[in-house]
Design a protein around this ligand. Structure first.
Ligand code: ADE
Ligand code: ZN
Length: 346
């Protein structure tokens, strides 16, 4: 049996896919101050340290209030490029080989930053990471659920000239009192356009919101999904549909979705045969990128080597890539775990 230190090393070294990552949530305080300064924006916080001390959250809304303030420094294509390339360089060094990135267009449009500026800056960095490191990516446009469905439709309209650069749509921001059914029509339009569908559900919201994400939005996967565990029929349905859950351990801890890392439900999800994955959500705010999320889980649980393998495998299987791309990634993953067919763990 491997020691915890060996498991952490393996987690760091194994090839990984990250499926739940808000690019605006990767804005580290240092870069935030640098961009604010060049854009001549005066921040509410006098220093990087003062800003960091504000990163204490009792719930999702506490975090979102600071997250929207933070992203307000992003104005130019270069700002979006610098933000994205900094994240990609960081996770390339963590052996991430495929990323699926959310961006929040409405959070920038309302400040006068066009869709074109946002997507060109992000895309330039994604293309560069592909050329330089062979890293592949998908881009997910996320609708802000505290805004109206009409606003989501307006955003979809603005996105129309760029649909060749967008792989899917998501639903994020304040979950409580903004159920998925509020966005039934706009997601129907997105499905018709051939976009993949995902939605944050069951982070703070009840199992009913996850049901709506399944039945009304017809999601291809679920972001978070923690509260699915309160409803056995729901977990059976998620299992039946083989839906991936993009779980975010450090985020859950920092937003008080779980009381402690020891009490995190991800092992329970695996035991229920749910396709749980490990992701960082908003790493600049929650104290760690994907490797730190794996490390925190391993340190505070009895996660086994087989479970570690399953988490990494689930991410490649849940990624919006071709079957042959999945197979190539899994071959590399298996090499790290010194497996050859027939596999020890399935
Ligand atoms: N936007 C950025 N991070 C989020 C999260 N964890 N939940 C909902 N909306 C978000
Ligand atoms: Zn999220």
């Amino acid at each position: 049996m491997r020691t915890k230190i060996e498991l952490i090393t393996l987690a760091k070294q194994m090839p990984k896919a990250e499926l739940h990552l808000h690019i605006e949530g990767t804005l580290e305080p240092e870069l935030l101050f640098k961009i604010a300064s060049r854009n001549q924006i005066t921040l509410k916080y006098p220093s990087i340290d003062a800003l960091k001390t504000a990163y204490k959250f009792n719930n999702l809304q506490d975090f979102l209030d600071i997250y929207y303030q933070g992203m307000s420094v992003l104005l130019t294509e270069n700002d979006f490029y610098d933000l994205t390339i900094a994240y990609l360089a960081k996770v390339h060094a963590q052996n991430v080989v495929h990323v699926e990135i959310f961006f929040d267009p409405q959070g920038h449009l309302e400040r006068g930053v066009t869709f074109e500026i946002q997507i060109n800056g992000i895309k330039k960095a994604l293309d560069e990471a592909h050329i330089k490191w062979g890293m592949t990516s998908n881009l997910i446009m996320s609708f802000l659920r505290h805004l109206s469905e009409e606003s989501a439709f307006e955003t979809l309209e603005l996105a129309t000239p760029f649909l060749d650069k967008i792989d899917g749509v998501g639903l994020d921001s304040s979950e409580m009192n903004h159920p998925p059914k509020k966005f039934a029509e706009v997601f129907k339009a997105c499905r018709k356009l051939g976009l993949k569908i995902t939605a944050h559900a069951g982070e703070e919201g009840p199992p009913e919101y996850i049901w709506q994400a399944l039945d009304i939005l017809q999601v291809n996967r679920i972001d978070h999904g923690n509260r699915a565990l309160e409803d056995t029929q729901l977990t059976a349905e998620i299992q039946k549909q083989r839906l991936t859950l993009t779980v975010c351990p450090l985020s859950n801890l920092k937003l008080c979705v779980v009381d402690s890392m020891e009490g995190h439900p991800i092992q329970k999800m695996l035991q229920l045969n749910l396709n749980a994955t490990v992701n960082s959500d908003d790493p600049a705010y929650f104290g760690g990128y994907i490797n730190e999320n794996y490390q925190a889980l391993i340190e505070s649980s009895d996660l086994t080597e087989a479970e570690l393998y399953q988490l990494a495998k689930n991410a490649f299987e849940g990624a919006w890539i071709t079957t042959s791309e999945k197979t190539c990634h899994l071959v590399e993953l298996d090499k790290m775990f010194q497996k050859s067919p027939p596999y020890l763990y399935t």
